[in-house]
Design a protein around this ligand. Structure first.
Ligand SMILES: *[C@@H]1O[C@H](CO)[C@@H](O)[C@H](O)[C@H]1NC(C)=O
Ligand SMILES: *[C@@H]1O[C@H](CO)[C@@H](O)[C@H](O)[C@H]1NC(C)=O
Ligand SMILES: *[C@@H]1O[C@H](CO)[C@@H](O)[C@H](O)[C@H]1NC(C)=O
Length: 516
């Protein structure tokens, strides 16, 4: 935990597979796959420095019951993009506010300027308002001002658009984009081949995107909270663009933008925009902080985007109402089990499944890395009342659960702090009930190798001390399975079952308020 050092990739060998649904779909992209799936070894937090945890805010679930934010202000993507200085999210008339973040140095951006906010620990983000043209040859965005810029105006900025600014290794693999104030005489060399009546968002499909946790925590959640206020009137310009990314996340991509994605490294045309945002904001691990946004959006709004893009609401809503009319006795809560392969496997999964049925659940197994499209995963997970799984990137799919459902994360020996850091606060903010089941010595496969008395098993926190990240990755994450103590785990399951039944009965009451 204390180490933000990179894992020793060689020592992890083939033991590592945390790529979620992407893995098998990625066939045919060997180089790409190798790069990501070796890197994505891990999990989330490994790469997170302790400082990040200190920054992660905690707030209650109060926001969950707030009335939906006022969405009446109209956003129009006119040519003369400028920011409304007033803040507060009022009616902004016919101007587009590029920076939706409160208290940002760029939140009142006049036209014809370049503004970068480098104040955040995790990410830099730059904004350009005005006549912006892409120069693919130099990976630059040129701003052609209508009038002579002020003498002190920013002339050039460089930025690597990724949300792990503090991690030198991965940032060196993100292309650097230049933002430059152009001279009027350069205009003939940069005639627009494609004109977009919208601003551009530059983001990357690279970094650790091959891992589902990172795809959301470093990629889509930040991108969404940076541009959601534009209501899809934004063009995505993507670095490290590749068909795997575009295919795996196609629904989410079309939920972010109404336009075709621009492949920044391969498209040789001069695309022109009404402005640009380069890089994304970052609010924490899978977090959207309403107090930092003009329109108070939350991670629940991000979940709603997923629901919009994955659900055919007209079909599913009447079906749900029908279910609600059935007598309560007939209803069995649905339990999803995330089933990993290779590492962090539940060795007695069959017995656990039987136990869950006997407790009263309908059980649905979700195998990781089975090539199932995310839309199918959404369909089955959004119907779950409880999701159970051993720590891994696939638990990021808690974002698919309906608010009010529960997440039970099983943490093998040595993994509880990492497990907690990844999903505890994030799932609670989404209105989920979170529980963590920390495996004990006798439930770990490490007993077979080390015995019960070795510190590796009897005191993992001590064993980890001074050993660094490599050790954690190899022994605890890459070399461990669990065999659940069914007597102990049945207590967790029974509690989750009783809760699901209670939540359900509250939902059946007219106009009830279910508190998770
Ligand atoms: C956001 O929340 C603040 C504080 O609760 C409130 O004053 C403001 O009107 C809200 N803004 C929107 C757009 O809902
Ligand atoms: C440039 O100078 C003007 C006038 O002195 C000042 O108002 C403005 O804030 C300055 N802008 C920057 C980017 O320093
Ligand atoms: C964990 O289980 C998997 C699948 O059964 C197996 O391939 C692997 O060798 C096991 N790992 C350990 C450390 O026992």
């Amino acid at each position: 935990m204390a180490s933000s050092k990179l894992p020793d990739l060689k020592s992890l060998g083939g033991a590592v597979e945390d790529g979620g649904g992407g893995k098998s779909k990625a066939k045919g992209w060997p180089g790409f796959v190798h790069f990501f799936f070796v890197l994505s070894v891990v999990l989330c937090v490994i790469f997170y420095s302790p400082r990040l945890f200190a920054l992660t805010s905690t707030y209650g679930l109060d926001f969950f019951v707030q009335p939906p934010p006022d969405t009446s202000s109209r956003v129009v993507g006119q040519d003369d993009i400028a920011a409304a200085g007033g803040g507060g999210g009022g009616d902004v008339g016919d101007v587009v506010v590029l920076d939706n973040q409160l208290h940002s140095p760029c939140s009142s951006l006049p036209g014809d300027t370049i503004c970068c906010d480098r104040s955040d620990f995790n990410t830099d983000v730059c904004f350009m308002a005005g006549d912006v043209r892409l120069d693919p040859a130099s990976l630059s965005l040129l701003l052609f001002p209508q009038q002579r810029p002020a003498a002190n105006a920013t002339v050039e900025e460089r930025i690597r658009p990724y949300t792990r600014k503090w991690e030198r290794f991965i940032m060196s693999r993100i292309e650097e984009v230049r933002l430059r104030m152009a001279r009027p005489e350069e205009a003939p060399d940069h005639r627009c081949d494609v004109r977009h009546d919208a601003p551009l968002l530059v983001m990357t499909a690279g970094g650790y995107t091959g891992n589902l946790f990172h795809a959301f925590s470093d990629g889509f959640v930040p991108a969404w909270l940076t541009v959601q206020h534009l209501r899809r009137r934004v063009v995505l310009g993507v670095l490290s663009y590749n068909p795997w990314w575009a295919g795996t996340y196609s629904e989410i991509i079309s939920g972010l933008s109404d336009y075709h994605v621009v492949d920044l490294l391969h498209d040789k045309r001069t695309h022109c925009f009404t402005g640009a945002i380069v890089g994304t904001r970052f609010h924490g691990i899978l977090a959207v902080e309403p107090t930092r946004l003009r329109d108070n959006k939350t991670i629940v709004d991000f979940h709603n985007l997923l629901a919009d893009v994955y659900e055919n609401r007209e079909d599913s809503v009447p079906q749900k109402q029908q279910e609600l009319q059935q007598p309560a006795v007939a209803w069995r809560p649905s339990l999803g089990i995330v089933s990993r392969r290779g590492t962090r496997v539940i060795e007695n999964q069959a017995a656990m499944l039987q136990l869950a049925r006997s407790v009263g659940f309908d059980v649905d197994i979700h195998e990781t890395a089975n090539g199932m499209p995310l839309s199918a995963a959404y369909a089955s997970l959004s119907a779950c009342d409880v999701l159970v799984g051993v720590h891994g990137a696939d638990l990021t799919k808690f974002l698919f659960l309906h608010p009010g459902a529960a997440l039970v994360q099983i943490a093998p020996l040595g993994v509880p702090p990492i497990a907690h850091g990844c999903y505890a606060a994030a799932s609670a903010r989404m209105g989920l009930h979170y529980e963590q089941y920390d495996a004990r010595g006798h439930e770990s496969s490490l007993v077979r190798k080390y015995g019960l008395k070795d510190a590796v098993v009897s005191d993992p926190e001590r064993a980890k001390r001074d050993k660094g990240w490599d050790f954690v990755a190899r022994v605890y994450l890459g070399g461990q399975n669990v065999t659940l103590d069914l007597a102990r785990f049945s207590e967790t399951l029974s509690r989750m079952h009783a809760r699901a039944v209670r939540v359900r009965s509250l939902q059946r009451l007219p106009q009830s308020h279910v508190s998770p």
